[in-house]
Design a protein. Structure first.
Length: 70
């Protein structure tokens, strides 16, 4: 596979870095709770983590519409 320059490569890089940092923060937040949970509780905790990660990712990439700027 050939390496090529992509459009907005630096922006994509920093966005991925921010997503990884956010995901890591959430995993740290729930680490103690996951360690002492039963298998059923672990599943519900992991679902909460996924929801929180998706909410934070949406806030990172949110761009206001042109109508809200006026």
């Amino acid at each position: 596979m050939k390496n090529q320059i992509v459009a907005d490569g630096s922006g994509r890089f920093f966005q991925a870095k921010q997503k990884a940092r956010t995901s890591g923060d959430i995993h740290k937040k729930y680490a103690a709770e996951l360690a002492s949970a039963s298998p059923a509780e672990k599943k519900s905790i992991q679902e909460r983590m996924l929801r929180e990660i998706s909410v934070r990712e949406r806030t990172l990439v949110h761009k206001p519409s042109a109508g809200t700027l006026w």
